[in-house]
Design a protein around this ligand. Structure first.
Ligand SMILES: [Zn+2]
Length: 419
């Protein structure tokens, strides 16, 4: 692990790392983790990481603020190392030069949130913390429950009562204390922060605990390393980056994590440019995209309503850093309708064999929207993050799939049924 300190993302106040701290004491802004990149670069390099045969996120331990817990096992040990692959069949129907998918549906609890929960749980183990609480629309709670179970820690998940049943099942099976509330994700967020402050429980909340971004940044590391290998390596030892990365956005924490990962690598001199970052929001949950469009960086809460529950956020907890991620990389925000999200979910599954939940397919819907808007260049190499598995939320799939009826077991009826 690397030595680090915290720095406020708005006022540059700094805080040492020997304390549990979530936000700036001055204005309550998100905290960034800052490392001594000069010192890291004297010891580590893309080459030294490349010879490590461990494919999990812990191969990047020299760039993480928490070390892999000794003796840890199970999901906590193996999270990371998901496939990056090119989908040539989709390049024929779209305008982007190359379309790649980073398939985080294959993480242990089937969503990208595992990367964040792994860091938070590892931190808890390192510091003797026994109980971790989180608010969740579903996936963050699942990921915390799974990682905490592997570490032998207690997790408490507070979720809206409308969360998808499969995600609630995952949380319960992993043994977390699941509490459903009569309210929204924002209500769950406020309640867990209050519980953390007054009861002293360690809080994992996305866009609140600074370690979630540190876990999510590992997806940017993997994209660079895997993309370089796919390109046949580089002559100068640096990693090669794609031209654009498209990210589904709810509260803004994943795109902030992706941005942090590329920023870390730039600071180390291991890459020589940062891809444009495109954030995709559901039209019914577009507080951050609205702020980007207005140009004033002020995020006004919305009453979120979308089929993509994982990116449904009334009051995004990491909106300002998400806006910066897009602005500083020359990217953009796009919004997509629920209909476009569901269409993308089917198209993704039928062209690439990836079954994503609606939020997980929103990145591909966003790519299609960029193509419609002609806001993408014909030679661009685009990586699309697929953030969560379709089995977590089958409601939209079942509502939109071909309706089935049963037949008598005869060959004649079979042939008629598939005609
Ligand atoms: Zn501050």
């Amino acid at each position: 692990m690397a030595e680090f300190h915290y720095r406020c993302s708005d006022c540059d106040a700094t805080y040492d790392s020997h304390q549990v701290i979530y936000e700036c004491e001055h204005e309550g802004s998100n905290l960034d983790v800052v490392m001594d990149y000069g010192a890291i670069g004297t010891v580590h390099s893309p080459k030294s990481i490349g010879v490590n045969r461990d494919s999990s996120i812990w191969r990047y331990g020299s760039l993480l603020p928490v070390g892999m817990p000794s003796g840890c096992s199970g999901t906590l040990r193996v999270v990371g190392g998901t496939p990056l692959f090119r989908a040539k069949q989709l390049e024929n129907v779209g305008k982007a030069g190359e379309v790649w998918f980073k398939d985080d549906t294959q993480l242990p609890t089937a969503s990208l949130k595992d990367r964040a929960s792994a860091l938070v749980v590892a931190y808890a183990l390192e510091n003797g913390i026994k109980r971790i609480i989180t608010a969740s629309t579903g996936n963050a709670g699942v990921a915390l429950a799974g990682m905490a179970a592997a570490a032998g820690l207690e997790s408490v998940v507070v979720a809206p009562e409308a969360a998808p049943a499969a995600k609630l099942a995952q949380i319960l099976v992993y043994g977390a204390r699941l509490v459903l509330i009569q309210g929204t994700y924002s209500d769950a967020f406020d309640l867990t922060v209050q519980a953390s402050r007054e009861m002293g429980w360690y809080c994992r909340n996305t866009g609140y605990n600074p370690l979630t971004v540190e876990g999510k940044k590992t997806v940017a590391f993997e994209i660079c390393e895997q993309f370089t290998l796919a390109e046949g390596g580089s002559d100068d030892g640096e990693w090669i980056v794609p031209d654009r990365v498209i990210v589904p956005v709810g509260d803004g924490n994943i795109i902030t994590g992706v941005h942090k990962g590329f920023n870390d690598l730039m600071a180390l001199g291991w890459i020589n440019s940062i891809p444009k970052l495109t954030g995709v929001q559901a039209a019914g949950s577009s507080a951050i995209a609205n702020a980007a469009e207005s140009g004033n960086m002020q995020i006004t809460p919305v009453v979120a309503a979308t089929v993509a529950d994982s990116i449904s956020a009334d009051r995004p907890s990491d909106g300002r850093r998400a806006l910066r991620a897009v602005e500083e990389t020359g990217g953009s925000f796009v919004t997509v309708s629920d209909h476009e999200i569901v269409e993308a979910m089917f198209a993704l599954a039928r062209s690439s064999g990836i079954f994503a939940e609606p939020a997980g397919a929103a990145g591909y819907a966003g790519c299609k929207k960029l193509e419609q808007l002609e806001d993408i260049l014909p030679d661009e190499r685009v990586v699309i993050l697929v953030t969560g598995h379709g089995l977590k939320d089958t409601t939209a799939a079942l509502q939109n799939a071909r309706k089935l009826s049963s037949i008598e077991p005869s060959l004649e009826a079979l042939c008629e049924a598939i005609a």
